[in-house]
Design a protein. Structure first.
Length: 299
């Protein structure tokens, strides 16, 4: 049987006091209760911690050796619960987020700023990665939550829709496709095309849709970063297809976009979390803030 916290508190108070009366005042416990706690503690450890030779409270050698240990145990106990309380009250903690680059750059900056204002002592780590990596980081517990497309592993991961994106044709200024209010997917064929990373969820959608409409792309080159795609389009090297939300990352002179139709493809985006694991208080607070931010009319 292990000593109780009350027994340790009684022992330290008695050891640091000249009498039971003083110890009683120190920890607001009656003298009989302190005597019982000390007796039970000595029964538990198997020997005397105080000498009974005088009316003064005097530690035995074993009691003297145990005193610093008991003080440390009480300190660790108190510190552990203070830390836990601070985590529940969002005064301390850490949140790791894995997000698609589109959302990391477009949606999250304002949310992170608000989150930091509300919870300045919570550390937030952001990884902007591809959709497959978002799912992997969340399922392995390396990220508390993800912001991505619907994950393939729906059994292990829960998806909460947050907003809906669509694809747009991105063209250099003066391009004939910009004379239209919208562009059909099949019209992309025949124009030099700047492709986005072949491993990205966007590129996989684009390749699938173009195969469905039977219009092969004339790919000039592929680029890994959306910003690089934007600069190449602005330089007049070709056109591209990007999620509409990503356009704010590359919006600059010499470039514009038009919605893609036939088919009109919706792209649900949302929060990805482990299905059978409760989020930390900090992660739950961030999740609520994301929903609050989007519901407030973010575009």
């Amino acid at each position: 049987m292990n000593p109780s916290i009350q027994q340790l508190r009684a022992f330290v108070a008695a050891a640091q006091s000249s009498s039971l009366a003083e110890a009683s005042e120190r920890i607001h416990l009656s003298q009989p209760a302190i005597s019982i706690a000390l007796r039970k503690l000595e029964e538990t450890v198997g020997g005397a911690l105080f000498s009974r030779a005088t009316r003064q409270l005097t530690l035995t050698p074993e009691g003297d050796a145990f005193l610093p240990v008991a003080i440390r145990l009480l300190h660790d106990w108190s510190e552990a619960f203070e830390d836990l309380e601070e985590r529940f009250s969002k005064q301390r903690g850490k949140v790791t987020v894995a997000a698609l680059p589109t959302l990391a750059a477009g949606l999250l900056p304002a949310i992170i700023a608000t989150f930091h204002d509300r919870y300045p002592r919570i550390n937030l780590s952001l990884h902007d990665v591809l959709a497959e990596q978002v799912s992997q980081m969340v399922s392995e517990g390396r990220a508390d939550l993800g912001l991505s497309v619907v994950p393939h592993d729906a059994e292990e991961l829960a998806f909460t829709p947050v907003l809906e994106d669509r694809y747009v044709a991105v063209c250099p200024s003066g391009h004939p496709l910009l004379e239209q209010q919208s562009v059909e997917w099949k019209q992309l064929a025949g124009h030099p095309f700047i492709g986005i990373n072949r491993l990205s969820s966007s590129r996989q959608d684009i390749d699938r849709i173009m195969a469905d409409v039977g219009a092969p792309l004339d790919i000039l080159c592929d680029a890994s970063q959306i910003a690089t795609v934007g600069r190449m389009v602005a330089a007049g090297l070709g056109i591209s297809v990007l999620p509409q939300l990503s356009f704010r990352q590359i919006a600059t002179g010499g470039i514009d976009y038009r919605p893609l139709i036939s088919p009109d493809v919706k792209r649900p985006l949302g929060i990805v979390m482990r299905r059978r694991h409760a989020p930390s208080a900090a992660a739950a607070a961030l999740q609520s803030l994301i929903m609050e931010h989007v519901e407030a009319g973010w575009r």
